[in-house]
Design a protein around this ligand. Structure first.
Ligand code: GRF
Length: 191
């Protein structure tokens, strides 16, 4: 593995399947990035365990351990600065980052969202796509600003909505695409 790989941090709140997909991609020595830090706002997030099993430094910062949102973000920022991060990938990180945070890492902060933005910002995207009668759904990787799911779009992947789809079947079909799209976008940005 070459030393000039870009240094990735992943921020997550839960199971971390997108983090795992990026991790899998980094096993290719030609991949231009490596995950050097995983951070969660939940100490028991499954994604932290996956990272630790791969010998990646992984830390939980529980929001209630800090008096303010600002103090919580400050602790996370310190960890990011300590690890000399080139690119921060939000992957199921369920907190809105402050304007100060997004400004500090502007251009180095990306997210994956399970809809074809600007459609269906926020939660329950699969149920909302079904309720809206969308014939097509998918996922988006985008730059992050302080507006929820609002930054500039980098890339999208599309799936058809099929007759008989439930939020669960649609989510599963989108997730397969997320796991391809996110590592590819990281590859492009880091090349
Ligand atoms: C993904 O659907 C992602 O698009 C959304 O949250 C979910 C996280 O899943 N932001 P995982 O933790 O990566 O498995």
């Amino acid at each position: 593995m070459s030393d000039n790989r870009k240094r990735l941090a992943v921020l997550l709140s839960g199971r971390g399947s997108n983090m795992a997909a990026i991790l899998e991609a980094t096993r290719d020595p030609a991949y231009p990035a490596e995950i050097v830090l995983v951070i969660s706002d939940h100490e028991n997030a499954g994604g932290l365990e996956t990272a630790l099993e791969a010998d990646i430094p992984a830390f939980g910062f529980e929001r209630q351990d800090y008096p303010t949102k600002n103090a919580h973000e400050k602790a996370i920022i310190e960890a990011l600065l300590d690890h000399d991060i080139d690119l921060i990938c939000l992957a199921g990180y369920m907190r809105l980052l402050s304007h100060d945070f997004t400004q500090q890492f502007s251009g180095k902060l990306i997210n994956i969202h399970p809809s074809l933005l600007p459609l269906h910002k926020g939660l329950d995207t699969h149920a909302r796509a079904l309720a809206a009668g969308d014939r097509e759904h998918g996922c988006t990787v985008h730059h992050v600003n302080a507006e929820m799911d609002g930054g500039e779009i980098i890339a999208q992947a599309r799936v058809p909505v099929l007759d008989g789809d439930t939020a669960e079947t649609l989510a599963a079909r989108v997730l397969v695409e997320e796991h391809k799209l996110y590592p590819e976008v990281v590859r492009t940005l880091c090349s």
